[in-house]
Design a protein around this ligand. Structure first.
Ligand code: SAH
Length: 480
């Protein structure tokens, strides 16, 4: 996706840097502007990129104090310039942190925003002190309240109910004892924060019936209080284009760099189940000798290109060689490392490459490859009278085993999208899941992968035009 301004209201957790969420750290890494509070642990800030713009929004009783309207102005102006802005707050942004006000202002200014909850001090503090805030037989209610001096003039409150799907009617009725009325807004959030999140709102008087009619089931959380009405303005979750979609990525760690973030940013729930583990082999002296003898270096995979510089050690050693790529995808990666291809095949596959090999490309051929393929390409070249050889510079192993509960969940619930970035992944995934029923769509990174996936028995719904996360995304968008 292109760069578009956005604000993330992020909870940094109560103090211990390890208590910040993974999602929070992910967005911190790509932030361009960070407005942080005094309460945020400095070690957390080390996750940000070095050239981020830091804005201290510290609000201490003494010393400099940034007014809330100034914070609002900064959030809006940076996001409006197209920046990725993180508003980092101690604990949880919506618990006594004025995050709700900031969200309101952003909604008003039509700036897209997301909320990343944090572990609030009211739960973490007691937990680290060895105090469970609820305990069977001792405490069935938990109250968060702010000190009298921090209080504004209005004294509303919020009631949050756990385990309330059964007996929701009773729960809401008892809420009346707390001073709420039948017309007080109330809502229920089913499977909150997952791709199956569903929110139903009404009032204390209507919610139980609505929930029954819409077949709300556990797990769900009930919220009661006037704050529920803010949802009309602040609902951000369902506004993202991939909200509610579950995407399974099967590419190796190396190939899928940045893919998860790309899909998560648009609201998807991403499961990474790598089918391959690709890693470079320790360089051998013989490789360079073969390279020095070669006239043509032939690349048939992005991985070979990626591991090539470390395999030769010094790229100047290939100054005398011409470079060939099996297809445009590989040629693009070659260009990116500063070795533009002298000849690009029509791809895919070694057979086509050898058939299309141009008359003018004379001399010895060296295939730079991994251990997954066989030597059929160099055999074909030899049959046509060329001197051909290969070096294997990386290994392509099966991915780590998939945990049983993950396999079961996938069988039972399926996914909206299955993404294949290589033919190997498609066939390995099929072997692992011979009878996977509930996959709604399959997307392939390119035509060769699509063909391999079809051969493995997958019904491919769309094929990316460029071999990248963006390419896959565009293909997905054009089908759904
Ligand atoms: N949004 C924050 C709360 C901000 S209000 C959250 O969800 O935790 C600030 C108050 O939070 C402080 O006055 C203190 O009472 C409490 N607090 C925050 N971090 C704390 C910590 N590490 N230890 C104890 N109290 C903390």
């Amino acid at each position: 996706m292109g760069k578009c301004g956005k604000v993330w209201l992020v909870g940094a957790g109560p103090g211990d840097p390890g208590l910040m969420t993974q999602r929070g750290i992910d967005v911190l890494k790509v932030a361009e502007v960070i407005l942080y509070d005094r309460l945020v642990h400095p070690a957390i800030l080390l996750n940000a990129s070095p050239d981020v713009l830091w804005i201290d929004a510290g609000k201490t009783p003494r010393g400099r104090r940034m007014e809330q309207h100034e914070i609002h102005r900064l959030l809006i102006s940076h996001a409006a310039k197209g920046k990725r802005v993180v508003r980092l707050k101690g604990g949880d942004p919506f618990i006594f942190g004025r995050g709700g006000e900031e969200a309101e202002v952003l909604a008003q200014a039509k700036i897209p925003f997301e909320v990343i909850p944090g572990v609030t001090a009211g739960i973490a503090g007691p937990a680290y002190a060895g105090i469970p805030v609820t305990q069977r037989g001792m405490s069935t209610e938990l109250l968060f309240r702010i000190g009298a001096r921090a209080e504004g003039s209005v004294r509303g409150k919020t009631l949050v109910g756990y385990m309330t799907v059964e007996g929701m009617g009773d729960f809401l009725e008892r809420a009346l004892d707390l001073g709420f009325s039948l017309s007080t807004p109330a809502g229920v959030i089913e499977r909150a924060t997952t791709s199956q999140q569903r929110v139903i709102t009404g009032t204390i008087g209507t919610l139980a019936n609505l929930a029954k009619r819409k077949r709300v089931s556990a797990p769900a959380i009930v919220v009661v209080g006037s704050v529920v009405s803010l949802r009309n303005k602040l609902r951000w979750w369902e506004r993202r284009i991939l909200a509610g979609k579950r995407i399974v990525l099967t590419a190796s760690e190396a190939l899928r760099k940045g893919w998860r973030e790309c899909f998560e940013d648009l609201g998807a729930e991403v499961w990474e189940i790598p089918m391959t583990h690709i890693y470079p082999l320790i360089p051998e002296k013989a490789w360079v000798q073969k390279i020095l003898k070669a006239d043509w270096l032939v690349f048939t995979s992005a991985s070979a290109v990626r591991f090539f510089p470390q395999a030769v050690g010094d790229l100047r050693k290939v100054a005398g060689c011409k470079i060939a790529a099996v297809g445009k995808g590989t040629a693009d990666v070659l260009g990116a490392i500063g070795l533009p291809a002298d000849w690009v095949g029509q791809g895919p596959g070694s057979e086509k490459l050898v058939q299309g090999w141009p008359q003018w490309a004379k001399g010895r051929i060296l295939h730079i490859t991994g251990d997954a393929g066989d030597d059929s390409m160099i055999q074909r070249f030899r049959k046509r009278g060329y001197q051909a050889d290969r070096i294997i510079i990386y290994r392509n192993q099966g991915g780590r085993s998939v945990p049983k509960p993950v396999q079961d969940a996938l069988q039972k619930e399926g996914a909206d999208w299955l993404v294949f970035a290589s033919g190997t992944a498609a066939s390995r995934f099929r072997r692992l899941f011979p009878r996977l029923k509930k996959i709604r769509q399959v997307v392939a990174i390119g035509p060769a992968t699509a063909r391999a996936a079809r051969n493995a028995g997958w019904r491919v719904s769309c094929v990316a035009k460029e071999p990248s996360a963006q390419g896959v995304l565009r293909a997905m968008m054009s089908t759904s």
